[in-house]
Design a protein around this ligand. Structure first.
Ligand SMILES: NC(=O)c1ccc[n+]([C@@H]2O[C@H](COP(=O)([O-])OP(=O)(O)OC[C@H]3O[C@@H](n4cnc5c(N)ncnc54)[C@H](O)[C@@H]3O)[C@@H](O)[C@H]2O)c1
Length: 351
C-alpha cells in the first residue's frame, strides 16, 4: 500500500507567533507544538500577569504587559487561546489584515460565532479555528486514503464513545448550559463535516447524568445526509465501569473499503492511549503505523497549515473561521433539536 500522508510540511521560514492566554491548553499543547515546529514565540499576553510571567519564564518567551504591546510586533501570527468570551475584544485590537488562529469553540453559541465572523470580515483578518482533529496524523492519513479513492464513496460514519470523563477537572464548565456538544463532540462534528460535507439537518438528544451536576454529558446525534449516506454519533461520558468496554472510535465505511479509528486520548484520561487507524481496502484489515497522536501532533498540522498560508505557500486557510461557522451552526441545531420533543408515538390503538 502506498504510504499515506500524515503531516503538513512547514514552510522553509517560520512566522513568529504572539500568544494570547497562558492557560492549560497553551502549556499542554500550543507551546510544545511551536517548540517542535521551530516557530519562534514573540511573546505572551494574559490579563493574569503572574500566570503570564510564569509561563513566559518557563518557556523562555517574552511577556507583554498590555494588549497594545502584544499587537505591535510587526509580521506575526496571533494565536488566541482564550475562553470564547474574550475572543471579540482581542480581534478588535488586532491590526487589519492580520492572520490569526482562534481556539475552539468559535464563541459560546451561533450568535457569538456570527459576531466574530462580522469582525473578521470588517477587519479582513484571515483566521483559522483550532478544530485540530482534522489535522491528526490518523485523520490526514484517512483523508489521503479517501482522496486516492481507496474507500470509494463514503456512505457511513459511526462514532461510538463510552468513556468516564473527569468533567470536575474543568471548574469553568460546572455552570454552563452547554457542555457536551459545544465543548467536546464539536470536534467530531467538525471532523464529520471535513469528511462528508455539511449535513442537511440533525436529530439530537443531549442529557446529563444522575452522578453529576454538569448540564450535558451524554449525547445521541443523527446527521441527515439524504438517502445515500448515514451518520450517527453515540456519546456517553458516564461509562464508569472500568476500561474493558470503554470505547472512543469511529467506523467510516465507503463503497469500496472501510476505516476504523481509535481516538486514544480520551481513554484512560489524562494518560491516554495511542491513536489507531485501520484500513480495509482489499478485504483485509491492516493497521496504519501512525506518526503521532491527536494530542499533540494534530496541533503541529493545524499550526503548520497556518504557517504555510502566512508564507504564501497555501492560498487558503483550511478549517477557516468561515468554515468553522458551519460547525457552530451544526452545534446550534443540535441543541435546538435536543430542546424539542422527538416524533410522538401513539399511546393507544385507534379503536
Ligand atoms: N482544541 C482543543 O482541543 C482544546 C483543548 C482544551 C481547551 N481548548 C480551548 O482553549 C481555550 C482555553 O482553554 P484552557 O484550558 O487553556 O483554559 P484556561 O482557563 O486554563 O486558560 C485560559 C486563559 O486565558 C486567559 N485570558 C482570559 N482573557 C484573556 C484575554 N483577553 N487575553 C489573553 N488571555 C486571556 C485567562 O486568564 C487564562 O489564563 C478554551 O476556549 C477551550 O475551549 C481547546
Amino acid at each position: 500500500m502506498t504510504e499515506l500522508n500524515q503531516r503538513i510540511e512547514m514552510p522553509p521560514e517560520a512566522t513568529p507567533v504572539v500568544v494570547f492566554g497562558a492557560g492549560s491548553i497553551v502549556t499542554d499543547a500550543h507551546l510544545p507544538a511551536y517548540r517542535d515546529l521551530g516557530v519562534p514565540v514573540a511573546g505572551i499576553f494574559d490579563p493574569d500577569a503572574q500566570k503570564a510571567a510564569k509561563v513566559a519564564d518557563d518557556w523562555g518567551a517574552r511577556v507583554f504587559a498590555t494588549v497594545e504591546e502584544a499587537v505591535a510586533q510587526g509580521r506575526v501570527i496571533y494565536d488566541l487561546a482564550v475562553p470564547p468570551a474574550a475572543i471579540p475584544a482581542i480581534l478588535e485590537a488586532l491590526p487589519d489584515g492580520a492572520t490569526a488562529i482562534i481556539q475552539k469553540p468559535l464563541g459560546s453559541d451561533l450568535s457569538e460565532a456570527s459576531a466574530i465572523i462580522a469582525i473578521l470580515r470588517r477587519k479582513n483578518i484571515h483566521a483559522a479555528v483550532n478544530f485540530q482533529l482534522r489535522f491528526a496524523p490518523m485523520s490526514l492519513a484517512l483523508k489521503d486514503a479517501i482522496a486516492r479513492g481507496q474507500l470509494g464513496e463514503v456512505v457511513d460514519f459511526d462514532a461510538w464513545l463510552a468513556l468516564d470523563t473527569p468533567w470536575h477537572l474543568w471548574a469553568f464548565l460546572a455552570d454552563l448550559p452547554r457542555v457536551e456538544i459545544l465543548l467536546h463532540s464539536i470536534h467530531y462534528l467538525d471532523f464529520v463535516r471535513d469528511i462528508m460535507g455539511n449535513p442537511q439537518g440533525i436529530h439530537a438528544k443531549t442529557v446529563g447524568h444522575p452522578s453529576s451536576t454538569v448540564s450535558n454529558t451524554r449525547t445521541a446525534m443523527i446527521l441527515d445526509y439524504g438517502e445515500a449516506a448515514r451518520c450517527a454519533l453515540s456519546i456517553n461520558h458516564n461509562h464508569a465501569f472500568g476500561r474493558k468496554f470503554q470505547a472512543c472510535e469511529f467506523r467510516i465505511c465507503g463503497t469500496k473499503g472501510a476505516a476504523y479509528m481509535k481516538l486514544g486520548v480520551n481513554l484512560d484520561y489524562p494518560k491516554g492511549e495511542p491513536d489507531e487507524l485501520w484500513l480495509n481496502t482489499d478485504g483485509e484489515w491492516r493497521q496504519v503505523p501512525l506518526a503521532g497522536n491527536w494530542f499533540i501532533e494534530a496541533f503541529h498540522g493545524r499550526f503548520a497549515q497556518v504557517q504555510r498560508f502566512a508564507a504564501g505557500l497555501d492560498a487558503e486557510i483550511e478549517g477557516s473561521a468561515e468554515d468553522a461557522w458551519h460547525t457552530m451552526a451544526l452545534v446550534e441545531a443540535a441543541y435546538e433539536s435536543s430542546g424539542k420533543p422527538m416524533h410522538p408515538i401513539k399511546e393507544a390503538a385507534d379503536a
